[in-house]
Design a protein around this ligand. Structure first.
Ligand SMILES: [Zn+2]
Length: 360
């Protein structure tokens, strides 16, 4: 009897300890088409010193982002990732170390990539950026249906297609995209300013794509006003500047994304609702080519299936830049998001297993 009591007590302690280590909330950033090469190697000399790809003051760009030392160079580009996440989080996908992350899908562009990441499943029928509402259930709507999460899973996206990728028509989740103000009678002054600010930015990329700074300030104001438990912020500047063969602005986009990561992390750690119980995740939808191929991606562009996965928070062992050989796939990201919240994601379609190394 005593033995059983002890066992029960041990089990209880183990379970409650395990629970305490889990994340209560998650913030996800997606960086559209940002390469693993800049993340892990910093500015690419073959592009940075090529006049063809630098339309501004290239000396200034070199001063900002170049250093002959790889570690210094990548830290100049993404200081928060290398000062904070590399110490307290886990960085997967540095191919130079034999640590691989790849998309499963055969398309290597935006809609199929996001669909794979959030449904946890590669559906070969989802083959176009113009694809209508996604027929497949995604992990965000799965989480939204769990006790304590309903109405607390929200998305802010620069690209309007994300409304179709997540199928907000079906699940009625709050998904704010290009061209939309945050509406409501009780907006905070900060939310009103964010709406205004988003209309003062140039429409650099034309119809359907809001500049990321606008998306970010709207998402942050929403977070502070409403305390969602899952916030997904989808950033598009990197992909747009790369397609325009504008390397200086592509680097700047990554640098300012990094500043957003730092700002949101600071905001979370200064808010009792989020402090020490929120995990930050960062990943792309697809990669891009190497050398002159950097401007493009898709099945015809080698290496644009190469991605990464960055995580930091109470549920994530602090392994830093993972130097072990390994392989993860984009389809695993969905179940990983759920598992960090203590949930086992299931859907009407197959779902890939979560990434074991980022779970305690
Ligand atoms: Zn693209």
């Amino acid at each position: 009897m005593k033995k059983h009591l002890l066992l029960a007590f041990t089990l209880l302690v183990f379970l409650s300890f395990g629970h305490a280590q889990q994340s209560r909330n998650v913030v996800v950033f997606l960086m559209d088409g940002y390469r693993w090469k800049e993340l892990y190697e910093g500015a690419d000399s073959s592009l940075l010193f090529n006049k063809k790809y630098n339309h501004h003051d290239s000396a200034w760009t070199v001063t900002k982002y170049w250093d002959a030392n790889l570690e210094t160079r990548r830290q100049k580009l993404m200081p928060f990732v290398w000062e904070t996440m590399s110490k307290n989080g886990q960085l997967l996908g540095n191919r130079n170390l034999g640590n691989f992350a790849n998309v499963t899908n055969k398309y290597w562009f935006s809609y199929p990539g996001r669909s794979e990441a959030f449904t946890g499943y590669y559906d070969s029928a989802v083959n176009s950026n113009e694809y209508p509402d996604n027929p497949n259930t995604n992990v965000l709507e799965f989480i939204d249906k769990q006790p304590g999460f309903h109405g607390k899973v929200v998305t802010f996206s620069s690209w309007d297609a994300v409304a179709r990728i997540l199928n907000r028509n079906r699940n009625k989740m709050y998904v704010n995209v290009w061209g939309e103000d945050v509406k409501g009678d009780n907006l905070t002054p900060q939310q009103k300013e964010a709406n205004l600010y988003s209309h003062l930015l140039p429409e650099l990329f034309g119809k359907g794509e809001r500049v990321d700074a606008g998306t970010y300030v709207m998402a942050k104001a929403y977070l502070q006003a409403n305390h969602p438990r899952v916030l997904y912020i989808d950033l598009g500047d990197n992909d747009e500047f790369a397609h325009a063969a504008d390397y200086a602005d592509y680097l700047d986009a990554a640098h300012y994304d990094d500043a957003m990561f730092r700002d949101i992390w600071t905001t979370l750690q200064n808010d009792p609702f989020y402090k020490d119980n929120t995990t930050l995740l960062i990943f792309p939808d697809h990669g891009r080519g190497y050398g002159p191929g950097w401007t493009s991606h898709g099945a015809a562009v080698a290496h644009s299936n190469e991605i990464y996965f960055l995580a930091m928070g109470p549920g994530v062992p602090a392994k830093g830049e993972v130097k072990d050989s390994g392989q993860v796939y984009q389809a695993q990201y969905a179940a990983t998001i759920a598992a960090l919240l203590g949930l086992k994601y299931t859907a009407e379609h197959p779902v890939a297993d979560p990434i074991k190394s980022v779970l305690k």
